[in-house]
Design a protein around this ligand. Sequence first.
Ligand SMILES: [Fe+2]
Length: 259
Amino acid sequence: MSTSIDTTDSEDAVSHPAMTLGAGSGRMLDFIQQLSLNERDAMKAMLGDQVSSFFDSNNRLRRDQESSVEQFDLLAETLRNLTPHSDTIPANGIAYRGSPAWVTADLLLKLQEEAHSRRDQPLDRMDHFLGCGGQVADALSVSPELVEFVAEHVGPVSPTGIASYLYYDQAGLGIRPHVDTEVFSVNLILMLRHEYEAGSEPSATVVFPARSEPEAYRLQIGEVMIMHGSSVIHGRSLVQQGEDIHLLTIGFNRIFPGN
Ligand SMILES: [Fe+2]
């Protein structure tokens, strides 16, 4: 077993051919701009349900037909355009990746211990194991220092107070590609543990921007990523035999003038 030292790299990205969209992209944008916020939410939920059909059972983007690639790009672009103030969001949805000063060795240790201690409790199982936060994670999720840090990278936010430990510790777990709801539009991820067998390809968070190569992110222990999860299609590639990942995720909502 070894500790993850991987970084994002293009050779890890699932590639697909370059493609161009036709006039459909512009017409869709015109249509979206006529919709009310409620109508946009409804359309986004409906289109969000279509995302999974573009991926195979290994959470990899299907590339079997050029038409399906174009349809995927139109879907990804439309989901992004339906997100409020999408023009202020990076194309890949990633607002930050790094090792901020607030992740001290002491805080990291406390979060790692809390995550570990809660792994044995009954957890929700989807395609990964989901646990609520704990005392340490919950306090962090609403701390003024953290809110200020997130706001520096995405603009004003309000904390949801929702902190969750995620566990990927069985082969075949992962997260099916999807977009998040507006309730949890900004997602902060902190890597707490990542072990894997030497020679295997470790699981990664993968984002799938429209008309671009998918990007795979393997965070180091203590590293943080902030993602506009409601704007970009994202998932986790499948966990390999012997792999063990503990993550903390914390949700935020962007605040805009007038809301
Ligand atoms: Fe998500």
